[in-house]
Design a protein around this ligand. Structure first.
Ligand SMILES: Cc1cc2nc3c(=O)[nH]c(=O)nc-3n(C[C@H](O)[C@H](O)[C@H](O)COP(=O)(O)OP(=O)(O)OC[C@H]3O[C@@H](n4cnc5c(N)ncnc54)[C@H](O)[C@@H]3O)c2cc1C
Length: 392
């Protein structure tokens, strides 16, 4: 393990231990853990992936996965929320070409501790992160943005909204990311978030009504359509960190189940339930699911760090979608096994198990959803192009 990783992983574990003391309360109250965001800023975690010369901690993709695994064990909602800030930064740092705007941007995250977020998902396009109902119209030296975004995690803390929009009248049809500072006229947060799981993320709606931004607010433009380098980079950072975050929830559930099985001793039994074969087998299943996931996403992260140029086209995308697909589904199954071990006590609000059970279910909904992932993985495996028509 690198010297850097030896510092970063315990830092995430320390934050997680503190966050765990408030996770139940924020979940119950549907409240936003602003103090957790402040603590992550103070510890440098919000700049985990920013190069050290810009005030960050200089983490790579594997560090990111290992840290998110830790953080999610303390408070899954905080972990997935900060993931929405971090993954895009990881991809931007990776693709940086040395332009002065990039330095300025990295300093804003690293030194000024600003928070990015929001601005991808929409009611009309859901988890289709290539094409957007939100529109950007060029008007002289400005762009005018209109649309509505959903699931804007971290919304009370975001300084810079990353609004993804389709550029009107572009040829070829293009989409772009616009950096829109909080407080820009026409930007309005609508407090809609009240969900089954990941409740403390404050993933509210963002209304964008005639928001005017200077043309330099457009961070990058890419054609809508075939899988490109940008998509692979974005999905690598997203897919692997999401895989790790939900695996962290499963690890927390497993730890709880093991501890519980060691102390619950029914009157009719001479020893605690951990000596029952059914309990041992269920724990074994959960252990195996988590081990498979970790081997896969940490392996793919290491391959990506070693040779990211080998991740190209639809096959390259499939390589980074696979760990997300496997790990988010495995995490659900692992938590289900843990729930079985704990029994009805797992349903009680006084224990964290029921929160793990709800939180872990969100994982499969992040792009690529199960249906889209299976389509990509199946088509790539059989040499069918995603653009081939008819689609099915
Ligand atoms: C806790 C949490 C936090 C989030 N935070 C953020 C955030 O900060 N920023 C952000 O932008 N987003 C965020 N999201 C949104 C998220 O990552 C997805 O974009 C969103 O969950 C997708 O929503 P959906 O399932 O309604 O999507 P849809 O894509 O509409 O999918 C609904 C269903 O239809 C199927 N489907 C739809 N279209 C197709 C198709 N063309 N082909 C095959 N199947 C299809 C899907 O497989 C799925 O079963 C968050 C989500 C959660 C749960």
């Amino acid at each position: 393990m690198s010297e850097r990783r030896e510092k970063l992983v315990p830092l995430a574990a320390e934050l997680a231990a503190d966050f765990a003391t408030r996770a139940g309360e924020h979940d119950r109250d549907n409240s936003f853990p602003a103090e957790n965001v402040q603590k992550m800023k103070d510890a440098g975690y919000t700049a985990l992936l920013i190069p050290e010369k810009h005030g960050g901690l200089g983490g790579d993709l594997e560090d990111f996965a290992l840290c998110q695994e830790q953080l999610a064990q303390g408070c899954a909602a905080t972990a997935i929320a900060i993931n929405m800030h971090l993954f895009g930064i990881g991809s931007m740092v990776e693709r940086a070409t040395g332009r002065p705007e990039e330095s300025f941007f990295f300093d804003a995250i690293g030194r000024a501790k600003q928070i990015l977020g929001g601005g991808i998902s929409e009611p009309e396009t859901g988890g289709d992160w290539g094409y957007f109902a939100t529109r950007a119209r060029r008007d002289g030296a400005t762009y005018i943005l209109n649309g509505r975004k959903t699931f804007t995690s971290l919304s009370p803390a975001i300084d810079l909204f990353m609004v993804m929009a389709t550029i009107e009248d572009s040829n070829p049809l293009s989409a772009a990311t616009f950096v829109v500072p909080r407080g820009t006229p026409g930007l309005e947060l609508i407090e809609t978030w009240d969900a089954m799981g990941m409740r403390a993320t404050a993933s509210h709606d963002l209304l964008i009504k005639d928001v005017r931004v200077p043309a330099i607010a457009m961070a990058e433009q890419r054609p809508v359509g075939p899988v490109n380098e940008h998509a692979i980079s974005l999905f690598s950072w997203f897919g692997i960190s999401v895989a790790a975050t939900y695996t962290g929830v499963a690890i927390a559930a497993l730890n709880f189940a093991k501890e519980f099985a060691g102390r619950l001793k029914p009157l009719a039994m001479p020893r605690p339930i951990k000596y029952l074969p059914g309990v041992q087998f269920a724990i074994a299943e959960a252990e195996a699911l988590i081990a498979q996931s970790r081997a896969l996403y940490l392996g793919v992260a290491a391959d990506y760090i070693r040779d990211r140029n080998s991740f190209t086209g639809e096959a390259g995308l499939a390589r980074v979608v696979m760990p997300k697909y496997v790990a988010t589904n495995n995490a659900i199954r692992a938590v289900d096994y843990c729930m079985e071990v704990v029994g009805a006590h797992g349903m009680l609000k006084k224990f964290p198990m029921e929160r793990y059970f709800r939180d872990v279910r969100a994982g499969v909904n992040h792009p690529l959803s199960n249906a889209r992932a299976r389509e990509l993985l199946g088509k790539v495996a059989m040499g069918i192009g995603l653009a081939e028509t008819p689609r099915w």
